[in-house]
Design a protein around this ligand. Structure first.
Ligand code: HEC
Ligand SMILES: [Cu+2]
Length: 328
């Protein structure tokens, strides 16, 4: 019975994560609660319209007093129901925003009008993102121009990306195949063409695909895939020297003009205004493009020049990946 009700209200879409299945269950539950409430309310109303209709000219409406136990019961019952639904939805939502230990990370940059993906080994793809099956994935997402929204119906996941900051999504996909990606935020002329595929591959197939830089580099001209030959961390290390970060920041704990990058990621940083902050990707990015926003305790604001406009999103992603790699 329950299964039948569930399947009736199921969207006609593949569900390729446990998250997607749970979202469908919550959706079905809310749908059937609404149906039951609709029938109960409209049914009672219709019944009352007949039962208490005016039957003769001198019919007088009886004086009806409130019934406290019923009123309190309905209020508490609905409160419990609604808070229960909120809790159920919240728990599932948190699953999609917090990732398990050591996820496979991919950088996503939305851009008018395509999605760009950068993998740990430096490989890049446009439009299509490739991931291994049954592996925790974490997307570190941003936009290089306007608001976009990364939407994968098969995962039941949607996340807006905002220029200048990072958003995150965590999931794992359990069925190999190709699934649609849409941009769900009107972002300009070719918004409706901002399409792509989530390509879920068997783990070995994915490893081969990822290592195969040459073959995919050749398709770059066709708008397919590009490769730089260097891993994201190596690209970050190059920028660390070429952009003079190394003059003020060491990678081994030695104090210089600025704090060392060693063990920076994940640590609790004290700021000059007395606040503390846990160092994540967004904090590192902010520190680079807007150094005076959060000044580390014991250092002088204004010492670090801003790198705003001098580093593009790919370069910032590489620097963040490099700094993260010094904390493992
Ligand atoms: C002229 C010296 C100087 C240069 C060059 C410099 N920084 Fe800094 N940086 C500082 C100082 C001083 C601080 C601490 C004060 C603050 O937070 O602004 C800092 C803070 C930071 C922080 C926060 C560190 C923490 O412990 O919380 C990060 C991240 C950072 N810099 C990244 C970079 C990157 C990446 C580059 C190169 C693109 C760079 N910096 C170039 C001087 C510098
Ligand atoms: Cu878009």
């Amino acid at each position: 019975m329950l299964g039948l009700l569930l399947s009736w209200s199921k969207p006609n879409l593949p569900a390729v994560s446990s998250f997607a299945t749970n979202v469908d269950t919550i959706y079905a539950f809310i749908f059937w609660v609404s149906v039951i409430c609709f029938i109960a309310i409209v049914g009672t109303m219709t019944y009352f319209v007949f039962k208490y209709r005016r039957k003769s000219e001198n019919d007088k409406t009886p004086y009806i007093e409130g019934h406290t136990p019923t009123e309190v019961g309905i209020s508490i019952g609905l409160f419990v129901l609604v808070m229960g639904l909120f809790y159920w939805g919240w728990v599932e939502y948190m699953h999609s925003r917090t990732s398990p230990m050591n996820p496979y990370e991919i950088n996503v940059v939305g851009q008018q009008w395509s999605w760009n993906f950068q993998y740990a080994n430096g490989k890049r793809t446009q439009r299509n993102i490739h991931i291994p099956v049954n592996t925790p994935i974490r997307l570190i997402m941003t936009s290089s121009d306007v608001l976009h929204s990364f939407y994968v119906p098969a995962l039941r996941l949607k996340q807006d990306v905002v220029p200048g900051t990072y958003q995150y999504l965590a999931f794992s996909a359990n069925t190999p195949g190709e699934y649609d990606i849409f941009c769900a935020e009107f972002c300009g002329l070719d918004h409706s063409a901002m399409l792509g595929k989530l390509v879920v591959m068997e783990a070995e197939e994915f490893a081969d695909w990822q290592d195969d830089m040459g073959k995919y580099a050749k398709t770059a001209a066709a708008g397919g895939t590009q490769a730089s030959g260097k891993s994201l961390i190596e690209q970050g290390r190059d920028l660390y020297s070429s952009k003079t970060c190394s003059a003020c920041h060491s990678d081994d704990g030695t104090p210089r003009v600025g704090p060392s990058f060693k063990d920076l990621f994940g640590k609790t940083e004290e700021l000059t205004d007395g606040a503390t902050i846990t160092v994540d990707e967004t904090y590192i990015r902010d520190s680079i493009v807007d150094p005076n926003k959060q000044v580390v305790k014991g250092f002088v604001a204004g010492t670090m020049p801003t790198f705003k406009g001098q580093l593009n999103d790919d370069e910032l992603n590489a620097l963040v990946a490099f700094i993260k790699s010094l904390s493992k």
